[in-house]
Design a protein around this ligand. Structure first.
Ligand SMILES: [Zn+2]
Length: 111
């Protein structure tokens, strides 16, 4: 997985973002640890099974739905099903070896 460290992207306070399988990370936060890299790799798996474009469409639409529900941008972000799966499984460094296809769909509704 390719990681590009830079000074400006992602915008705001975000530490890293996965764009089509390439990770952009803010240099000021230091080198990404294994947990964060695994989180981003989970997004890569999600993106591939959603043929990339549908991942980003779903991501934005679900964020808007969750924003209406929670009325808070941070809460909306943490409750996107892709993020729920990535945060729930990021510490399992072998997750890619046993992750079921479409696993993120189990996180659409809160358990
Ligand atoms: Zn994420």
């Amino acid at each position: 997985m390719r990681v590009i460290y830079n000074n400006w992207f992602p915008f705001g306070t975000y530490r890293a973002i996965n764009m089509l399988g390439v990770i952009f990370a803010k240099r000021k936060y230091g080198k990404l640890n294994k947990t964060v890299l695994n989180h981003e790799y989970i997004h890569s798996m999600q993106q591939r099974e959603m043929l990339f474009v549908f991942f980003y469409l779903w991501y934005v639409l679900e964020w808007l739905v969750k924003l209406c529900k929670y009325r808070n941008t941070t809460a909306a972000y943490y409750n996107i099903s892709f993020e729920r799966e990535a945060y729930a499984r990021q510490r399992d460094l072998n997750y890619d070896k046993h992750r079921p296809l479409w696993a993120w769909t189990k996180y659409v509704r809160r358990r």
